[in-house]
Design a protein around this ligand. Structure first.
Ligand code: ADP
Length: 547
């Protein structure tokens, strides 16, 4: 027997419709490339999204067509998220920090027909346009007065396109399983691969990731997504904010500590999300200028392991909670978020902190397990590390344009190595390719990095497994010091005994000016390895460390 309730498709435009109807006067604030701060409301955003949808339809966008964006976090990008997907076309957010050849490759692979770009990427567009034959229209996301003078034929002005349209576009009724957005993995190994999210998966992700034990978002929040909208849909925040009716604050192109601080202070931001490097630069600014952000309660940190020292510092010095979360492009991206359970609240501060540094537990809709090399499930004892597998409502089934599914017995292999505990908390010990294999033992590069970063002189650190004639690999630590700090190799290494087993202590330390980062803000071990191509272990080596 069938249930007898209404069936309304779970589609993305319904989020903005809801926000207009029930939070129509709530503000959306954007730092713009043209200069002034832009302010309008959810009602304005919905009206302009309908005009943009009408304009895109006139340009030829049809259900299933791909429309690319090369843009920072701002109101026009937000409108396009809804305008493109709302017509049934696919919002393809392209990461503008990639190399031009990678960008044109991705646009070609997706066969984008229209690409909308922010002014900062005008010269990039001029460079790549000839290599993007699928693109029929390039739309500069600005007004006539700021239009760039580009040597490309098919250039349009976003504000002019909107001005020519009425706001009476009505969203078509779409199949909730149809594709809504497309995002490419950063392709640290091989070509990037497209992940094609459906309306349904994204809507379920939005609902579940906003719950109190996940991101805990509400209409009383002032929400600033610092994580870029070209990085897994800014972790879903442009959808969660209209769901709950939170005020939205978009930082635009300036993501340095000072700009973030001033924006958060002025707008009374209560919640934000970003990668650890962003919070490191905010921390440095707040320390240097002895300033605080009294309205800011929580910042979600993910994309790479958050150094426990950074969490502790924000909590103790500034009263701001850094909430650890883990995810991937293939997971829309939320896999886990760290929130204590009722049974853990009575624990003392240190015990709670030890749980808080883990990557967290899955919200409803995600299941996790760890397996050994033969695929056997490992115990959930908080100690045994294995390959992390995931399945759920917003987990990839297959990559865009590729026949072969990556799934193993219905589970997606994440490429991460992790432990799971009886309470459901997951802790990443490494990315499978970054584990340091020494004398048959596995050494967690993340542990070594966290210890280095708890040293007061160290700004950032990375641990790499370097080939070793006897032990297969031994850990090498690469360190970037804070400005004005001087510390020796031995002083850094003296920080390790008692914190990890003796065989895990790095054999050597290399100091460099700054660590290289990937287009998604993570330390790039590929570039580091290139940088250290000629590195040789010092002789004589530390005796028999791995015994
Ligand atoms: P890419 O795989 O191309 O780097 P993603 O942005 O999808 O692109 O990165 C997902 C990966 O980032 C995860 O598989 C994991 O290795 C890492 N990651 C994400 N969040 C965390 C976290 N909180 N702690 C440790 N690693 C993380």
């Amino acid at each position: 027997m069938q249930g007898q309730m209404m069936t309304l498709p779970l589609t993305l435009a319904s989020l903005l419709e809801h926000a207009e109807r029930y939070h129509g006067d709530t503000e959306i604030v954007s730092c713009t490339l043209e200069g002034p701060v832009h302010r309008y409301t959810y009602a304005d955003a919905h009206r302009r999204a309908r005009q943009a949808a009408s304009a895109l339809t006139r340009l030829g966008a049809r259900p299933g067509s791909r429309v690319g964006t090369l843009a920072w976090n701002g109101f026009r990008h937000f409108e396009l998220y809804y305008a493109i997907s709302g017509t049934g076309a696919i919002t393809h957010t392209v990461n503008p920090r990639l190399f031009p050849e990678q960008i044109s490759w991705i646009i070609g692979d997706a066969a984008d027909e229209v690409v909308c770009f922010d002014l900062s990427f005008a010269s990039l567009v001029e460079t790549i346009a000839k290599d993007c034959p699928s693109v029929k229209h390039w739309v500069a996301m600005t007004d006539r007065a700021h239009m760039p003078a580009l040597q490309i034929a098919n250039l349009l002005c976003y504000e002019e396109l909107l001005a020519a349209e009425s706001e009476h576009f009505s969203w078509p009724r779409l199949d909730e399983q149809s594709a809504a957005t497309l995002c490419y993995t950063s392709g640290t190994t091989g070509n990037p691969k497209g992940v094609l999210y459906s309306h349904r998966a994204t809507l379920l992700h939005t609902l579940s990731s906003s719950l109190p034990d996940a991101l805990a978002l509400s209409g009383r929040d002032v929400l600033a997504p610092v994580v870029p909208m070209f990085h897994v849909n800014a972790w879903g925040l442009p959808y969660s904010a209209p769901l709950v009716g939170a005020k939205l604050v978009f930082p635009g192109a300036n993501l340095d500590g000072e700009s973030i601080f001033k924006l958060f202070e002025r707008e009374g931001v209560t919640f934000s999300a970003g990668v650890p490097t962003v919070w490191l630069s905010l921390q440095q600014y707040m320390r240097q200028h002895c300033v605080r952000l009294p309205a800011l309660q929580r910042m979600v940190v993910g994309g790479a392991a958050c150094p426990p020292a950074l969490m502790r510092s924000f909590e103790q010095e500034f009263g701001i909670r850094l909430q650890h979360a883990w995810g991937m492009t293939e997971l829309s991206p939320t896999g886990t978020v760290n929130t204590l359970k009722a049974s853990q609240l009575p624990l003392d501060e240190e015990a709670r902190f030890a749980i808080g540094v883990k990557q967290g537990r899955p919200p409803f809709g995600v299941e996790l397990k760890t397996v050994d090399d033969e695929g056997n499930e490992l115990p959930r004892d908080g100690k045994t590390a294995g390959a992390l597998m995931v399945r759920g409502h917003w987990v990839i089934e297959r990559y865009f344009g590729l026949e072969k599914s990556p799934l193993v017995d219905g589970w997606f292999p994440t490429g991460d190595v992790a432990t799971l505990d009886a309470d459901g908390f997951m802790q990443i010990t490494d990315r499978a390719k970054d584990v340091i294999k020494s004398g048959g033992e596995w050494i967690s590069s993340i542990d070594l990095e966290n210890i280095a970063m708890s040293h007061p002189a160290v700004a950032e650190a990375a641990a790499l497994g370097i080939a070793h004639p006897k032990w297969d690999e031994r850990p090498l630590l690469v360190v970037a010091l804070k400005p004005g700090q001087a510390v020796s190799r031995d002083e850094v290494l003296a920080h390790y005994p008692g914190k990890v087993a003796r065989f895990c202590i790095p054999d050597d330390v290399v100091f460099i000016e700054a660590l290289p980062h990937t287009a998604t803000g993570k330390v790039s071990k590929v570039l580091l390895r290139e940088h250290l191509r000629d590195y040789r272990w010092p002789a004589p080596q530390r005796p028999e460390v791995a015994s």
